[in-house]
Design a protein around this ligand. Structure first.
Ligand code: AMP
Ligand code: ZN
Length: 468
């Protein structure tokens, strides 16, 4: 089955046909480096990492070019540096390094190219000049507003094609700024003047800095060309960011097509609420790595379909971890590499691949890995078991899972598990001491649901064992 992807531009699933199968090209909007990545950002980058792995599997490692940028010039960065009393370059370098650590912990592969906005200012200026020359952009007049260059939305008859928004909706949109220097309220900034204390570059319009949208148009053009296959990001980027990228790129390229498939991941919420710092339900990837291994976080992020909303709960993480325990345990059963070379492994892997090729259906792919594990546990044939183990490993790898040594995982996981169980037993003892028996029973029941049984000894201590 060929790869099928939901295309936000056409609002339907479409067979994926690359412009050049020898050179499949994907661009994903990367992080703005002013703060640590949160788990919602983690979801976006894990999802596109699965797509990257799948494309490499289908077209060959050397025939896929994945570009994910780093936005290191943006007003949020300037504000954060000011708030921290830290030089901007130090903040962006520190945050970009932390981002790389977090992504590595989640098993996200580095992209083929990771361009930085500040290394592409010349390309942005050149693109803006082309837009001005072709009547798609204008320099705002007037003293106070000197140095602003705006994209003229009315000059692009196709504007709104991605988001499907009407003009009125666009203007009313929360992120459209009405400003006196705009000819039309829907026009957006390509270049703006920089005060002496913020980063700026010399340009035909004075010392200034780019708007956010032009960054991605210039970087994708520099590394993937005018037209490429896939452009990704979270749903929130459809408007205005991606709508504006299309307008800039199509108009700078005399109407030639920009992107074939627009792919957007759904949003992550926490305990059914929008993630927000002020509500106190905001988790960075770093914080969650204290709660569970990166691989379990990754699996939890892939346990919902990427276009669906995903509600993050500690229960979801716990279940992901149990699943990995089960998968890794199956990989420790006796195995004979001789049998892994036969066709059965490929045969057994096919249903996993088919699930992923159907618009990245990771929940179904995980269900199919569970089925493989069931078969591994049941079979008495060494040959069959070995082939199925190979398929399990390969299927996991396509999703960036099961890449560790199984014994190392199981050892690490059970140590952490034991610590957690001991903590729960101590909490239960404390509850009983205060005669909070309902609370104590709740803890016992929660452990029992995990397969952990408790036994209270006459001397007042409690021991536990695993039901299995
Ligand atoms: P940002 O650095 O804010 O531009 O975000 C980086 C990526 O994370 C973008 O693709 C966003 O769309 C995505 N993103 C941000 N918040 C969430 C969320 N809560 N759930 C899923 N994706 C998100
Ligand atoms: Zn972008």
């Amino acid at each position: 089955m060929p790869l099928v992807l939901y295309n936000s531009a056409t609002r339907r699933k479409e067979p994926f046909e690359p412009i050049d199968p020898q050179r499949v090209r994907m661009y994903v909007c990367g992080p703005t480096v002013y703060d640590r990545a949160h788990i919602g950002n983690g979801r976006a980058f894990v999802v596109f990492d699965v797509l990257y792995r799948l494309l490499r599997d289908i077209y060959g490692r050397d025939h896929v070019r994945y570009v994910r940028n780093i936005t290191d010039v943006e007003d949020k960065i300037n504000a954060a540096a000011r708030a921290n009393g830290e030089p901007i370059a130090a903040l962006t370098a520190r945050t970009a390094a932390a981002f790389h650590d977090d992504m590595a912990a989640l098993g996200v592969l580095p992209p083929d190219v990771e361009p930085r906005a500040t290394d592409h200012i010349a390309q942005m200026i050149a693109m803006i000049e082309r837009l001005i020359a072709s009547g798609h952009a204008y320099v705002a007049n007037g003293n106070e507003e000197a140095g602003h260059v705006l994209f003229a939305v009315a000059s692009d008859p196709g504007y709104g094609r991605l988001s499907g928004r009407s003009r009125d909706e666009m203007i009313a949109g929360a992120r459209v700024e009405v400003a006196p220097y705009k000819r039309d309220p829907a026009d957006f900034v390509l270049w703006k003047p920089s005060e002496p204390d913020v980063p700026g570059w010399d340009s035909p319009w004075g010392r200034g800095r780019p708007g956010w949208h032009i960054e991605c148009s210039a970087m994708s053009e520099a590394h993937l060309g005018e037209s490429f296959d896939i452009h990704g990001g979270g749903l929130d980027l459809i408007f205005p960011h991606h709508e504006n990228e299309i307008a800039q790129s199509v108009c700078a390229h005399q109407g030639r097509p920009f992107v074939r498939y627009w792919v957007h991941n759904g949003f992550l919420s926490i305990d059914a609420a929008k993630m927000s710092k002020s509500l106190g339900n905001f988790f960075t990837v770093r914080e969650l790595l204290d709660e569970g291994p990166g691989e379990a976080i990754r699996l939890a992020l892939l346990s919902a379909h990427y276009r669906d909303p995903l509600d993050w709960t500690s229960e979801r993480l716990r279940r992901a971890r149990q699943t990995l325990d089960r998968f890794y345990r199956a990989l420790t059963l006796s195995r004979d590499p001789v049998f892994e070379r036969f066709g059965e492994a490929d045969e057994a892997l096919r249903p996993v691949k088919e699930a992923l090729e159907d618009d990245l259906n990771t929940p179904l792919a995980v269900t199919r890995l569970h089925e493989l594990v069931g078969a591994i546990n049941r079979t008495s044939s060494d040959a069959v078991r070995s082939a199925l183990q190979r398929a399990l490993e390969e299927g996991g790898r396509l999703m960036g899972l099961l890449e560790q040594d199984p014994l190392a995982w199981l050892r690490g996981s059970s140590e952490a598990d034991e610590r957690r169980i001991e903590e729960q037993i101590a909490l239960r003892a404390a509850a009983r001491g205060q005669r909070h028996f309902a609370e104590a029973d709740k803890i016992r029941a929660a452990l029992a649901a995990d397969g952990i049984l408790l036994e209270d000894k006459p001397d007042g201590t409690t021991t536990w064992w695993r039901k299995d």
